[in-house]
Design a protein around this ligand. Structure first.
Ligand SMILES: *Cc1c(COP(=O)(O)O)cnc(C)c1O
Length: 352
């Protein structure tokens, strides 16, 4: 009944998330979730909130969580924005900071939600090709633009751009907001939050979905100059006053408080990634150098779609993007050592 739709809706091209299959006993290595559960203190905090207080609205500005995040990163609470997953934070960024009638620059191989937000908000997306080795070339990010966004480490390549490259982009674009989407930074990079006091045009986003094992709780954040945060608050308060519920606020706050658990699971994922990379290379795969909790890998002798199908037949799910330049690659989330071993054994049945 599309005659009831607002006209622009028929032209929307929505994002397609990796599947969440309902089957049991799957080795699920397709959506970059953390193989470990959240900190027990997170679960405890959420349990402690399960009472009659749920009849009350949550704190509209989630101040308790913002203060915890501000302490963690050594910034002020006025430099912190929180939202219902970093996807929502990103939507508000496109809406509130990127609509200038000029194209927004992003890598050609990058998070596929960015062009979707461009479509939603009527922004032109300008995709800049990654180098031959799939790295971001900072010198390409210049010229007239309405904003710049890229993940660091990039997704789905996993490759890290050092802070010097980010500074080069910031300095070349003093009149644009530069957004560094650090969904995976805790698995191998240095956060650009250290630069926000020097660059009023820098906005760093992060999520609790990956390194803090809370994809199901939906909490994301941005750190930047208070003027940028103010724009996001205006959008948020014109859209949904309570994006974080009471459980999300206490759970996310507890996650940032339990540094020991964070460190332990983060290191476990990093060493699993290195072991998985080694296992793939031993089997003839080319694996891009990853600073994330996934690897992008291709086997020169086998078709990626067929490998993905062969793995699926053995209940191992990985992600395959039918997209130029990477259609022969598989994106494999780093699992536990046991899950990674099961993946490698399944691959052994498919390759010589
Ligand atoms: C996972 C991911 C996000 C979204 O995270 P949520 O907080 O779960 O919405 C954002 N950007 C990139 C690059 C991601 O991989």
């Amino acid at each position: 009944m599309s005659r009831f739709w607002s006209p622009f809706v028929k032209d929307l091209v929505p994002y397609v998330p990796g599947e969440q299959p309902k089957l049991d006993n799957l080795i699920k290595l397709n959506t970059n979730e953390n193989p470990y559960g959240p900190s027990p203190e997170v679960v405890e905090a959420i349990r402690g909130q399960l009472d009659a207080s749920l009849r009350l609205y949550p704190a509209p500005n989630a101040d308790q969580l913002k203060e915890q995040i501000a302490r963690y990163y050594g910034v002020t609470a006025a430099q912190v924005f929180v939202g219902n997953g970093s996807d929502e934070v990103l939507a508000h960024i496109f809406h509130g900071l990127f609509q200038h009638g000029r194209p927004v620059l992003m890598p050609d191989i990058s998070y596929s939600f960015y062009p979707v937000y461009c479509g939603l908000y009527g922004i032109e997306a300008k995709a800049l090709p990654l180098a031959e080795d799939f790295s971001i070339r900072p010198e390409d990010y210049q010229g007239e633009n309405g904003g710049i966004i890229f993940p660091n480490p990039n997704a789905p390549t996993g490759m890290l751009l050092p802070l010097a490259g980010i500074e080069q982009i910031l300095q070349a674009n003093p009149d644009s907001v530069v957004v560094v989407d650090e969904a995976y930074i805790d698995f191998g990079g240095e956060t650009a939050v250290a630069l926000v006091d020097r660059y009023p045009n820098l906005l760093v986003t992060q999520t609790l979905s990956k390194s803090r094992s809370l994809a199901g709780l939906r909490v994301g954040l941005a750190v930047g100059h208070p003027d940028l945060i103010e724009a996001l608050e205006r959008i948020k308060n014109s859209f949904n006053s309570y994006p974080l519920d009471r459980l999300a606020i206490v759970g996310a706050t507890a996650a940032f408080a339990d540094q020991a658990y964070f460190e332990q699971t983060r290191q476990a994922v990093i060493s699993s990634r290195d072991a998985l990379t080694k296992g793939l290379v031993e089997r003839g795969f080319q694996v891009l150098p990853s600073a994330a909790n996934f690897v992008l890998a291709r086997h020169p002798g086998y078709d990626a779609a067929e490998l993905a199908a062969g793995l699926r037949a053995q209940r191992v799910i990985v992600r395959h993007f039918r997209q130029p330049r990477i259609e022969q690659f598989l994106r494999i989330t780093v699992g536990t050592p046991e899950q990674n071993q099961a993946l490698l054994l399944a691959l052994d049945t498919l390759i010589d």
